[in-house]
Design a protein around this ligand. Sequence first.
Ligand code: SF4
Length: 306
Amino acid sequence: RLVEDDHPLEDYQSGVPRWCSGCGDNAVLAAVQRLCRDENLRPEKLAFVSGIGCASRFPHYMRTYGFHGIHGRALPIAEGVKMARPDLHVFVNTGDGDCCSIGAAHWLHAIRYNMNMTVVLHDNHVYGLTKKQVSPTSPKGLKSNTTPHGAYLDAMNPLTVTLGVTNVSFVAQAVDWIPEAVYAVIRAAFHHKGFSFVRIVQRCPEFLPNMWDAWLRDPEKTLLLEHDDGISFSPGLQRIYKNRQAHDPSDIHRAREIASCIDPVPVGILFRDENVPCYEDVREAGTPRSLDMVKTGLEAELDKFT
Ligand code: SF4
């Protein structure tokens, strides 16, 4: 096929996913492949990077460039790819253990660096690949192989953590059981220039089979976030999910309030700031201005003594 041809879905598909039936990873894969087709992205211009965990098999199922890395290190690998090849669209697929535990320090600094990439946190609230241990986002009280009497700590909230870091530029959330929303938030993230952080609240039917049942049964337990220039949910979805709220994604204080809610679970863009500079651009521009100012100040001080 010529690279400039329209690409059908099959051009992005590779192999048969080995995830469990009903696993949320399948919904994310379908949304991303559809996005690539709809945007007619050239497969050789795409790179998918992952660490370790169930979701980290993602690059194997994309017929693009990919790198299945080591535990917790998806983000620094992706940053290296982006530095070497700024022309590539870089996607990161990471899990709650990979991103929020082993890779937590990389996560915080990646937000601050604000490199142009789309990061999907597949949050299934448990270590699934290694057969059920608590992760930082596991609910308090969860019995697992590492917490036979139940997890002692409250769950970490990846949205509020991300929204608390300097230079945060894009935060969104979807739930795997609403495919339209998964697609919409990942598409919005792809179009944002900067570090686009998308958390997908995912089901793990293997180890936490009933965790989100109440949310599936009751549409009132989902809150769709609406705003003029963002995601427009279809009339069909709006008929089902009547619990909707207008939200200005430039309001970080309101975004933090919404982010801390799990019942109802918010879906949509929580925060977006198009004016945060990307690290690639800042670096390309040369010496940081603030350093010039420091030098100028120091030089002025030295001048007094010479
Ligand atoms: Fe998905 Fe859970 Fe199975 Fe892993 S163990 S593939 S997260 S359902």
